[in-house]
Ligand binder design. Structure first.
Ligand SMILES: NC(=O)c1ccc[n+]([C@@H]2O[C@H](COP(=O)([O-])OP(=O)(O)OC[C@H]3O[C@@H](n4cnc5c(N)ncnc54)[C@H](OP(=O)(O)O)[C@@H]3O)[C@@H](O)[C@H]2O)c1
Length: 281
């Protein structure tokens, strides 16, 4: 079975490649071969999801597609091009990385764009599985400065998930896609916690008191622009912050433990394993 992995140079698909048992049948799609992750045994193919004419050879002979689209207003276009190429190449199953709460009436434009692409995949005639992860724990890398954790979610609680668990889950689905056909999974961590509670869990790991400083939507938006994020991404992240501050993300699901037969990693484990990166700022 040949699996094509998109988004291979990014966070989730990069972790997926570390979770997946690599065989000669894993192919990674990159725009720039210099950015291809060094994965032993995987074949690197070049293509741009925004330029469908570049995709034919990359998709040829593929049985299962792992479809991840970068955040941005172009995402539904890139997703459509991938389904277009998949259909022409005879791909049998698409596992799509969507987002928590994807819906036509979602409180963020990212959630609404994901809903468009989820709906297109569901109606595509291809086999499909949709994975909707909650807020990544790894989003907090770069948010600790000195003794302060900065965030724009107020006192809202979130069912944070570790990207490594999304990767492990994706690898499980890719190993037997037919048994996950027609399923929508919403992945959360084991607990819904606030950033104040996250800061408390960081203290023993970082060895210093950490306080949470809540940024207003405007402050968070400006801080993300100052950090160099594109305007669309900063604005959408601020939209998520407002939704989370209002309690929109305060839930957990059983989808991860029910499929994996183990609990998802708690925040404290993420903090311990990423202490070096969390300390870096
Ligand atoms: N952050 C969260 O809390 C969260 C939660 C739920 C869902 N999500 C979803 O997760 C996804 C982002 O995942 P991520 O963080 O792993 O992304 P990421 O690290 O930003 O990586 C994006 C990947 O897409 C590739 N890419 C971009 N444009 C492309 C194109 N035109 N053709 C082919 N490849 C292209 C990039 O390759 P290059 O190296 O060429 O740039 C990169 O490998 C989004 O759909 C987001 O909505 C995020």
């Amino acid at each position: 079975m040949t699996i094509l992995i998109t988004g291979a140079s990014g966070n989730v698909s990069g972790a997926l490649l570390r979770s997946l048992p690599i065989t000669d049948d894993v192919r990674v799609l990159v725009r720039d071969p210099d950015r291809a992750p060094g994965v032993a045994g995987a074949q690197v193919v070049v293509g741009d999801l925004e330029r469908p004419r570049t995709l034919g050879a990359a998709f040829e002979g593929v049985d299962t597609l792992w479809l991840l689209n970068a955040m941005g207003p172009q995402a539904p276009h890139a997703s459509m091009n991938a389904l277009w190429a998949a259909r022409q190449a005879g791909v049998r199953h698409v596992v799509r990385l969507s987002a928590v709460g994807a819906a036509h009436d979602a409180p963020t434009r990212n959630g609404r764009l994901h809903a468009l692409s989820d709906a297109e995949l569901m109606a595509s005639g291809l086999g499909w599985t949709i994975i909707r992860p909650h807020f990544f724990m790894q989003n907090l890398l770069g948010s600790v400065q000195g003794d302060t954790l900065y965030g724009g979610v107020g006192d809202g609680r979130l069912g944070f998930i570790d990207v490594r668990d999304i990767a492990d889950f994706g690898a499980r689905v890719l190993a037997a896609p037919a048994s996950h056909a027609g399923k929508v999974y919403t992945l959360t961590g084991p607990a819904s916690i606030s950033l104040k509670e996250a800061a408390e869990r960081l203290e023993p790991v970082l060895g210093t008191p950490i306080r949470y400083h809540s940024l207003s939507e405007r402050e968070a938006y400006q801080a993300m622009l100052d950090a160099g994020l594109p305007e669309w991404i900063a604005a959408v992240n601020a939209e998520y912050g407002t939704a989370y501050a209002g309690g929109w993300g305060d839930f957990t699901t059983r989808d991860f433990p029910d499929v994996m037969g183990r609990p998802a990693r708690p925040f404290a484990e993420f903090a311990r394993d990423f202490s070096g990166a969390l300390r870096a700022a």
